[in-house]
Design a protein around this ligand. Structure first.
Ligand code: PM9
Length: 459
């Protein structure tokens, strides 16, 4: 192992939170009571929590100090102005509409930009994003490159859009039938895979020629920028800040879940350049979120978000972040554990099809694997396969994605390399007796976003 590949933490620890491990027998009882759904386990019963990187970040001393500067006025909070100015400077968009989290921004964008029956092409679906698009009459259309659906293909920019797929859709339905193109940077469900600047450029150029708007899902835009610096020769000497600005120059706006790359625990925003869309967004934000100067966030949260976004642009921070995730992935690969390759930005995705070859997709291998990992070592992960994909809105049939994965998601600045070693040991140990993992069936299936609260029984 080349240790120089894994930089030490670029921070020291000022405040700690004790974690403890329960027994295997206790965990067996916990998972049964949780209906084999890791979302339904109490945090107290988890040793290492890799459910998500969303809102689970450790804030810095500067962010906590900023919390004390919260201006909790109902309207015109100075923290909003700080956030607005920070986002305008770092992202380059004209207007910023705050929301309580990412899906608040997705709701507003979908309502103002989609007419029923229009298509919303995107580089792989995301659960909440597609939900809002579909509930506003949109039709999601996947335009990611084919390779992104194959866990074992290793490509530098596996999140890229296949321009030919986009062109084929536009030729078939007409440009006026495209609400906008939604480009996620990085692509969560493909494994946190990045999109190159070359791809963003060609997609935007084409969309402009057809009068189609491009909106980015900016949720992990800083992680995407790191991969561009690492893998796109044109940007090897550019700063992360400049690359982030370059990314957004190929779009008309974005939605942002501030709970990821803003290194905070809550918040989000929508950015647009267009004046009419901005007016429409401000009209709707008061219905769903709050005044356009707080959008469901407290003043202190907006302050923490403005500071966190600037911290996320620091080169040492993002290098450690990406390499720590890669460290876990490489420990697993060395032991022959099948994962989605290459390792992406925020998580290591286990390939449940190859991990549990004795289970068919209709026996929910990824859901079963996530439950088994919890029992094995108190590590909480998340299913990202057939359960997360939900049902087709028209036919009611299950979407059956090629990627059937379990996500080990690393919160920002929370765990150390030693924690990653523990997680790797747990998964490797389970891999050695993987035949013991039993399939699952539904006990309760919620109507929407079923993965959050669904319950299962062992077959
Ligand atoms: N992502 C995640 O764990 C939390 C909700 S799903 C378990 O990955 C993208 C790319 C996301 C995302 C949330 C949202 C929604 C939009 N786009 O959770 O509403 O990864 O802030 O953001 C989660 P909010």
């Amino acid at each position: 192992m080349d240790l120089s590949m894994y930089p030490a933490e670029p921070f020291r620890i000022k405040s700690v939170e004790t974690i403890k491990m329960n027994t295997r027998e206790e965990r067996q009882e916990v998972i049964r009571k949780a209906g084999f759904n890791t979302f339904l386990i109490d945090s107290e019963d988890v040793y290492i929590d890799l459910l998500t990187d969303s809102g689970t970040n450790a804030m810095s001393d500067r962010q906590w100090a900023g919390m004390m500067l919260g201006d909790e006025a109902y309207a015109g909070s100075r923290n909003f102005h700080h956030l607005e100015k920070t986002v305008q400077e770092l992202f380059g968009f004209k207007h910023v509409v705050p929301t309580h989290q990412g899906r608040g921004a997705e709701n507003i964008l979908s309502r103002i930009a989609i007419k029923p029956g229009q298509y919303v092409p995107g580089n792989m679906y995301f659960t909440t994003t597609r939900y809002h698009q579909e509930s506003n009459g949109g039709i999601f259309h996947d335009i990611i490159i084919d390779e992104a659906h194959d866990a074992s293909i290793d490509l530098p920019f596996k999140g890229n859009i296949d321009l030919n797929k986009l062109k084929a859709l536009v030729d078939k339905v007409g440009a006026e039938q495209i609400a906008y193109v939604c480009v996620a940077i990085t692509v969560n469900l493909a494994g946190g895979q990045p999109v190159s600047i070359a791809n963003l450029r060609e997609v935007y150029k084409y969309c402009q020629s057809k009068g189609i708007k491009v909106f980015m899902d900016a949720t992990r835009c800083v992680e995407n920028a790191y991969f561009i610096k690492e893998r796109e020769p044109e940007f090897k000497d550019a700063s992360i800040r400049d690359i982030v600005r370059e990314e957004f120059s190929y779009s008309d706006g974005c939605t942002m879940s501030g709970k990821k790359d803003c290194i905070t625990n809550i918040g989000g925003f929508l950015c647009v350049n267009d004046e009419e869309l901005f007016t429409a967004a401000k009209e709707l934000v008061v219905v769903f979120e709050g005044m356009p100067s707080y959008g469901g966030m407290a003043g202190r949260d907006m302050e923490a978000m403005a500071i966190g976004l600037k911290e996320a642009m620091q080169e040492e921070y993002i290098e450690h972040r990406i390499r720590q995730v890669r460290y876990l992935g490489e420990r697993l690969m060395e032991a022959g554990v099948p994962i989605v390759e290459p390792v992406g930005g925020h998580a290591v995705f286990l390939d449940a099809r190859r991990f549990c070859p004795h289970l068919t997709q209709s026996q929910f291998p990824a859901q079963a694997l996530a439950a088994a990992i919890y029992v094995e070592g108190g590590v909480r992960s998340m299913e990202r396969g057939i359960i997360s994909a939900g049902r087709d809105k028209q036919t009611g049939h299950d979407h059956a994605p090629k990627l059937e994965t379990v996500r080990l998601t690393i919160p920002r600045r929370v765990y150390t390399y030693t924690h990653m070693d523990y997680v790797a040991r747990t998964v490797i140990q389970l891999f050695r007796h993987k035949e013991d993992i039993k399939g699952l069936k539904w006990a309760y299936e919620p109507k929407q976003l079923r993965f959050f609260t669904g319950r299962f029984e062992q077959l």
